[in-house]
Design a protein around this ligand. Structure first.
Ligand SMILES: O=C(O)c1ccccc1NCC(=O)[C@H](O)[C@H](O)COP(=O)(O)O
Length: 219
């Protein structure tokens, strides 16, 4: 199994090129006004145009209303959507029907009981992404660079994605321990909030690919 890698919070053409050259499968474009990774619609549209056919683009939104959904779908035209808020299964289904785009649903995890929340999205979301639940006083619902206890994912139904506090130093262990088929990183490949680092992106993707090879040998 080859682990798919998503580099989230891409903001510039140069970092998009780095992610493509390093072999990323997905790049995330964040639409969340107070995030240091937030993009305007036109900036995002330019990145999507440059990415088309080379790496899949994911528009990351938090409890978006229909107006934002329509603006992003029509102006930015990403390959997928990622819903990172409190969207119900019914809302996810409605957004999918409205846009005809595949949807990644983020499930926030702090305690073992949180894993079961994913079950309600079976057959609705195209991908489940278990992410660390943000602290109550956190400024952002995602992209905080904080991991959760991966052992809780023993109760998760594969396939699933993993994010939250991943970085070049822990990605191999994270893949080995969880069996995640998708890994998603933001803070762990940044030199400062919202500033992606080319070297860290390369090392992260190499680490994910290396972990895949070891896992394949063991099975
Ligand atoms: O990254 C953001 O700024 C962000 C803002 C609002 C909602 C979601 C956001 N990011 C979602 C992601 O997909 C991140 O990659 C994921 O939460 C992991 O982040 P990190 O722990 O920093 O690697």
């Amino acid at each position: 199994m080859t682990v798919k890698v998503k580099i989230c919070g891409v903001r510039t053409p140069a970092i998009l090129e780095t992610a493509v050259a390093a072999g990323a499968d997905f790049v995330g474009l964040v639409f969340f006004a107070t995030s240091p990774r937030n993009l305007g619609l036109q900036e995002a549209a330019s990145l999507v145009e440059a990415a088309r056919g080379r790496v899949a683009t994911v528009a990351v939104m938090v409890d978006p209303d229909d107006a934002l959904i329509d603006q992003v779908a029509q102006t930015v035209s990403p390959d997928l959507l990622q819903l990172h808020g409190h969207e119900t299964p019914e809302r996810v289904a409605a957004i999918k029907a409205r846009t005809r785009l595949p949807v990644i649903k983020a499930i926030p995890v702090a305690v073992a009981a949180d894993i079961a929340a994913a079950d309600a999205y079976a057959g609705i979301a195209d991908e489940i992404l278990f992410d660390a639940k943000a602290a109550p006083d956190a400024a952002l619902p995602g992209g905080n660079g904080v991991p959760f206890d991966w052992r809780m994912l023993a109760a998760a139904r594969p396939p699933f994605g993993l994010s939250g506090g991943l970085n070049p130093g822990n990605i191999a262990e994270a893949v080995r321990l969880t069996g995640a088929h998708l890994v998603d990183v933001s803070s762990g490949v940044e030199s400062a909030a919202g500033v992606k680092d080319e070297e860290l992106i390369l090392r992260f993707i190499q680490g994910a690919r290396g972990a895949t090879q070891q896992q394949a040998k063991a099975s």
